[in-house]
Write a protein that binds this ligand. Sequence first.
Ligand code: FE2
Length: 367
Amino acid sequence: MRIVEKQARILVVDDEDRNLRLMEALLAPLGYAVELARDGEEALLKVQETHPDLILLDVMMPKLDGFEVAKRLKEDEETRVIPVVMVTALHEVEDRVKALEAGADDFLTKPVEKTELRARVRTLLKVKAYNDHMRNYQKDLEAEVAKRTEELHRAFQKIKAASLETIYRLARAAEYKDEDTGAHILRMSHYAAGVALKLGLSDAEAESILYASPMHDVGKIGIPDRILLKQGRLDPEEWAVMKQHTVIGGRILSGSKAEFIKLAEVIALTHHEKWDGSGYPNGLKGEKIPIAGRITAIADVFDALTSKRPYKEPFSLEKSFKIIREGRETHFDPAVVDAFFSITDEIFAIKERFKGENESLFLRIAG
Ligand SMILES: [Fe+2]
């Protein structure tokens, strides 16, 4: 560690001109910049103006005496690091104690002896230079840490955006055969996050649902085209195969260490469960169905109702709302239905925002 040497500035405070001149004559030839003040008030002003590295302070002065000046300097965060040497004719122990209590760092006795003065000054200036260095070092370090933290934050945001885009593109690949715009997963994931927040889930939980819910149907990859793309009604055997997309999705997503992939596994498995226990694949009932599955169910169904599908035209909002309302306490968790209906403005806004078919939807969501 190298401490940068600069010309040290010494403030001498004394109400007698003779003493000021003597001190100046002793210190200036050594290369110090010497400032002079004739009373306590002037001393405090000079400290503000000149930022001295050391103060030689007379005790007995009119207006503010040396004790008071030292006390004020040591109370102020900005000036407390400046070493203060009390220069006094007093020999009384009591006065020395008082000076120490006021915060003086050292003493010199009048008449000042030249060698002693120079030795004290040199030592205290070294201490001051070291303290300055440490203060600057600390400030530099804090600035560097803040800068690195910001860089890390930006890098994290980029990775997060890339990760979200990858999820959307993979989920879109899974849905590509029966829904080629990718807009369904954008809309339903945003509906789900909005409902999650309304239900009182934390921002982090809602964000996890936003990231995880697009993968709810990845298991469709494992469903044969003749069933997945069949125009008419599925027979019971085909329907049993179709239901397997939940289990296959869960299997595709299983074993992850990432929290939102674990959540995606839960959602894939449970988004077709129903509140009354009549859903699939496990016939879970009520709160046995994880909340993310209950939320995704309503978001998925509402978007399916209001969208065009190979086998149907989009239903009107009135009809779609009616179906959702009728599913309260049978298909859907009543609390989730209520949350959904209390954010219909937001639902409309999401529907409007993600109605297009273009690529920029992905970029917008990832950016
Ligand atoms: Fe599904």
